[in-house]
Design a protein around this ligand. Structure first.
Ligand SMILES: Nc1nc2c(ncn2[C@@H]2O[C@H](COP(=O)(O)OP(=O)(O)OP(=O)(O)O)[C@@H](O)[C@H]2O)c(=O)[nH]1
Ligand SMILES: [Zn+2]
Length: 346
């Protein structure tokens, strides 16, 4: 039996015969409604995507755990399937060389990390599904840290409902404290890492059982860190090319690795992280104390320092909120407002 045929064909042998016995009178009615559930399906976790083929881990934690290659069923062709997705898969899930399974369902996602290519881009792409933690990897120097970048990661994380964790690398090169001052009020979880002493054991423990997505600008030491956490990952460590200024062997795809009882999903070094799709309220959701106070703001308040009256600013002034917390929030929201302004100029 060959599994290498057209796996987008919904009428292959995995369809129950009842579908064919009663042909659909309305040709344009979605077939999925009439098709019986694939009761023999197993759950797979998408660990990588490559030109229409998906790499899945199936029967995770069981003795017959396997890595399988799969295509998606035709009815799923308009949906994106990304690293971290839980999917139902049928067919040959042995994982043997040359075998091809078929994804028939995408399970509901707990979180969705989206990214528009830039702020003007209305087309948002899902890059990772079901992440619990966003590991923002930022170099203390070389390349110099940029607050705007971290604010963007934070906005994307809060928007997605993913817990952000900041790792400052290269602390052997520079002290990250001055940079971190801008975020102090937000109470963000910060880790420090140096070339000789990355906090490998502590981070493994912290992230155990969770799905973590690692993000960071190219060259910050993200691959170095992922390799330290997952020695078998073999992520290429970049050497900056003197001519192009780009890393030669830098990672170019999104791949998940097992990390204890959880997963770490490494994304390619990003230069931009468009926020064209994000709403202010989604960011505030990450800060319940601030969100509650902001409920009394005038309608449409941006909560920026430029507002004539903002309840957050008032609360900072009369001691209900910590001034540096409101300050940091204004900076965070400033990033978003600037991103949206760019988008509307287009
Ligand atoms: N001094 C110092 N150098 C580091 C540290 N971490 C990583 N590096 C170096 O920084 C360079 C870039 O590291 P990578 O791990 O390739 O960076 P990356 O973020 O994965 O970059 P891309 O692969 O382009 O995404 C390498 O030469 C590393 O050896 C650190 O904590 N201290
Ligand atoms: Zn306000």
């Amino acid at each position: 039996m060959s599994w290498l045929g057209d796996y987008d064909d919904p009428y292959d042998e995995y369809d129950e015969t009842s579908v064919r016995e009663r042909p659909n009178p309305k040709a344009n009615r979605p077939r999925t409604k009439q098709r019986p559930e694939h009761e023999d399906a197993v759950t797979g976790i998408v660990t990588g995507v490559d030109r229409g083929r998906y790499r899945l881990a199936v029967r995770v934690g069981e003795p017959d755990e396997a890595v399988v290659t799969a295509a998606r069923a035709r009815e799923l062709r308009k949906q994106s399937i990304v690293a971290g997705d839980r999917v139902d898969v049928v067919g040959d899930t042995s994982g043997e060389t040359g075998s091809l399974a078929r994804i028939v369902r995408i399970q509901p996602r707990t979180t969705v990390l989206r990214r528009s290519a830039d702020d003007a881009d209305l087309v948002e792409r899902v890059i990772v599904a079901n992440a619990d933690v966003m590991l923002m990897v930022v170099a203390s120097a070389d390349p110099p840290p940029r607050a705007g970048m971290v604010n963007r990661f934070l906005v994307a994380a809060y928007d997605a409902g993913i817990h952000p964790v900041l790792v400052m690398t290269k602390t052997d090169v520079a002290d990250p404290a001055p940079f971190l001052a801008a975020f102090e009020g937000l109470g963000i979880e910060v880790w420090r890492s140096s070339i000789d002493d990355p906090p490998v054991e502590a981070l493994r423990e912290r992230l155990d059982g969770l799905t973590t997505v690692a993000v960071g600008h190219s060259g910050v030491g993200k691959s170095t860190l992922v390799n330290a956490l997952v020695p078998s990952a073999g992520r290429a460590v970049g050497h900056v090319n003197a001519v192009t200024g780009r890393g030669r062997h830098t990672s170019s795809s999104t791949v998940s690795f097992r990390l204890g009882d959880g997963w770490i999903i490494d994304t390619p070094g990003v230069r931009s992280f468009g926020l064209g799709h994000v709403a202010t309220a989604n960011v505030l959701r990450g800060f319940p104390d601030l969100a509650e106070v902001a409920e009394d703001c005038p309608r449409g308040c941006t909560h920026l320092a430029t507002e004539e009256y903002c309840e957050l600013a008032a609360a900072a002034a009369d001691g209900r909120l910590e001034p540096r917390r409101v300050d940091s929030m204004q900076r965070l929201l400033g990033t978003l407002v600037a991103a949206r302004a760019e988008r509307h100029e287009e």
